[in-house]
Design a protein around this ligand. Sequence first.
Ligand SMILES: Nc1nc2c(ncn2[C@@H]2O[C@H](COP(=O)(O)OP(=O)(O)O)[C@@H](O)[C@H]2O)c(=O)[nH]1
Ligand SMILES: [Mg+2]
Length: 283
Amino acid sequence: MQIQWFPGHMAKTARLITENLKLTDVVIEIADARIPVSSRNPYLAKLLAGKPRVLVLNKADLADPAVNALWKKQYEKNNEQAVFINSRDDKIWKTVISGVEEALKELLQRRAEKNMQGKPVRMMITGIPNVGKSTFINNLSGKASAKTGDRPGVTTGKQWVTLRNGYELLDTPGMLWQKFEGENEGLHLAFTGAIRDEVVDPEELAVALLNFLRNFYPIALTERYRIENPADMDGYELLCSVAKARNFVVRGGEPDTVRAAQILIDECRGAKLGRISFERPEE
Ligand SMILES: Nc1nc2c(ncn2[C@@H]2O[C@H](COP(=O)(O)OP(=O)(O)O)[C@@H](O)[C@H]2O)c(=O)[nH]1
Ligand SMILES: [Mg+2]
């Protein structure tokens, strides 16, 4: 699978995030709870250089709750501030701000000692495309449409949006690029729709997805597509079975695997196969 990003954006992103960092007390890094590794850019940690940070695992409603719990444990063990939320449907303020307060414990304490509690707490959002940055910002600010958008880095002419209780938010998120270090990272990003579908072959993607589902969520295949023994089948055979289950045939009676691929991918992204996590912490 050929996926490319543009190094020019990388330098610009790095510069803009670093500039905005000077004005920021805490960085909220948004990632996708289904792919907590592939949806984070490890270069961010280098840019942040000790700045307090909260990791927001968004779309937790689509991820496997048992796997969410494993990740939670892992972050606790590593002393990483992490919260799991659904920013499309839930009220997220309390959860997010308690994570922020925890990450800013020392700063808030210092301010209290100097009687500076009135000073605003400034937050910057970062994340790769499609993790839900705009949805998160709209939810947190209580607006239907905050001025947001995906651009490399944070745009100039930035604005602080005043939230509740002395919190302020930079209105444009810092957009990081995805990383495609291993083959799996590209696949996982594609499974969740974080990569434009035009750059991915749908049948190839569906076969990879079916191989994954067979290994980790075989019951979902039986329940959704009435596939009796998925364990005995390879990805392409599974794709043919999905086509048959839906009566997708091309002329000549062959299974329409292109159409089956599209449906499978859409249904998986829409949680029609249940809550699925593509990455779990290493043992
Ligand atoms: N199920 C679910 N969908 C979400 C959540 N957050 C965002 N989305 C959806 O994910 C898609 C991308 O969200 P968007 O905010 O545009 O992502 P951005 O590219 O990071 O700004 C949209 O269709 C949102 O409705 C969430 O927590 N749960
Ligand atoms: Mg956006």
